[in-house]
Design a protein around this ligand. Structure first.
Ligand SMILES: N[C@@H](CCC(=O)N[C@@H](CS)C(=O)NCC(=O)O)C(=O)O
Length: 405
């Protein structure tokens, strides 16, 4: 029986750390894929385990719950009385916690502020990104100095400090700590390679290295004929217009309450309970169903980056949350992946719900027919997360994805 459930994501640094520590000590954990989006993890059940709705969170099989990445990693590691990962002395142990805290509260927030805008997860401003990049590199310089004189962060063998800190750096090495950085920081690079090449680490996460700092790509916009400037635009002092209501509000209250469906989907087994409930309650005159596919699949590279595109898109759909539910997957593998999904949309058109997100133009919207057996199967397959997708005769497994609910 598993020691407990770890809520998190397989490519999230704070999650990887505990998965590697568990593997190292032969402890079985069930990873429950949970979005790194506190606003979405707002249910009272999850908040009992992680009060802020963040990841990771731990729920022990014995009923003991824990939030905060450092505490979870230490608790899981300490289950093996003979573990060497927590050092030999009290000073070792305190130094391990010190490095973990440095990585968690100094290094990763600066690195995240650098790569998150480049990945489209946070708003992009070149000046800010350039400044935070310098701050992040200055913080890693502390590691570089220490690792120039020491093989590992604490003592003469790998400890949880190394596993935890390397885990938190995984996304940075895949996106911004490029070849140039690695040449300028040989000690951190040597140490990182040593840690991520340990069998237990590799069993959990295959490290990736970027050649160059990834470039910010503005969401694609299709050329539209320029409309003539409206006459009113000439009046600079016009009073600010009242905040417009969402256009879908005009449709009134449907009989199928979206939140009720979202609860069914979250709490019940999708195939056996939630989908039968959905088809019973679904009214085609109230909601339409749409296949939402990325238009530029041939430009996708790593699956986690594709997944970040979905995450960014969903974040920008926030203003339409009351009118939308859907799932989008990354199907396939690195350098051969596609993004596809299915949304339930209030009303008969996709545009009023989706055009709150500027990157909706990067997606194609195809209306699905709930009376067609093939379309119903496609919808269920996408929402159930248990099948692959066949594209051009090739079967692509679901590698990642997001639920918008
Ligand atoms: N202090 C927390 C921070 C956890 C945290 O910020 N997690 C991120 C993902 S790495 C998250 O869930 N972010 C979601 C959000 O802020 O919306 C810890 O150390 O566990």
């Amino acid at each position: 029986m598993a020691f407990g459930k770890l809520y998190g994501l397989p490519d999230n640094g704070r999650t990887i750390a505990t998965l590697v520590a568990a593997k190292h000590n032969g402890l079985e954990l069930d990873l429950v894929k949970t979005e790194a989006n506190a606003a979405k993890n707002s249910g009272p059940e999850y908040r009992k385990v992680q009060p802020l709705g963040k990841i990771p969170a731990f729920e022990g099989a014995n009923g003991f719950n824990l939030s905060e990445a450092i505490a979870i990693a230490i608790y899981v590691t300490s289950q093996n009385e003979k573990t060497t990962l927590l050092g030999k002395t009290k000073q070792d142990y305190a130094s391990i916690v010190s490095w973990m805290s440095f990585a968690n509260s100094e290094v990763i927030p600066s690195l995240g502020a650098w790569y998150r805008p480049l990945l489209g997860l946070d708003p992009y401003n070149k000046k800010t990104v350039d400044e935070v990049a310098k701050v992040a590199v200055a913080k890693i310089a502390v590691l570089e100095t220490h690792l120039t004189a020491n093989t590992y962060l604490v003592g003469e063998r790998i400890t949880l400090a190394d596993i935890f800190t390397a885990s938190l750096l995984t996304r940075a090495f895949a996106t911004v700590l490029d070849k140039k950085f690695r040449q300028a920081n040989p000690a951190v690079t040597r140490w990182y390679n040593t840690i991520v090449n340990q069998a237990d680490f590799k069993a959990v996460y295959e490290a990736k290295f970027t050649e160059e700092v990834i470039k910010y790509v503005a969401p694609k916009k299709e050329e539209k004929p320029k409309a003539a400037a409206p006459a009113a635009a000439a009046e600079p002092e016009a009073a600010p217009a009242p905040k417009p209501k969402h256009p879908l509000e005009a449709l009134g209250k449907p009989t199928l309450i979206l939140d009720e469906w979202k609860r069914q989907y979250s709490n019940e087994d999708t195939r056996t309970v939630a989908m039968p409930w959905f088809w019973k309650e679904y009214k085609p005159e109230e909601y339409s169903l749409w296949k939402v596919a990325y238009k530029y699949n041939d430009e996708l590279k790593l699956t986690f980056m594709a997944n970040n595109l979905i995450g960014g898109f969903h974040a920008r759909l926030e203003a339409s949350r009351k009118y939308l539910f859907g799932c989008q997957h990354v199907f396939g593998a690195n350098y051969a992946c596609v993004i596809e999904g299915v949304f339930l949309v209030r009303g008969q058109e996709a545009a009023p719900a989706f055009d709150v997100a500027p990157d909706h133009e990067s997606y194609s919207f195809t209306k699905l027919d709930p009376n067609s057996e093939a379309d119903r199967k496609y919808i269920e397959d996408i929402w159930a997360w248990d099948t692959s997708l066949v594209v051009d005769g090739k079967e692509l497994p679901s590698a990642d994805g997001h639920v918008f609910k």
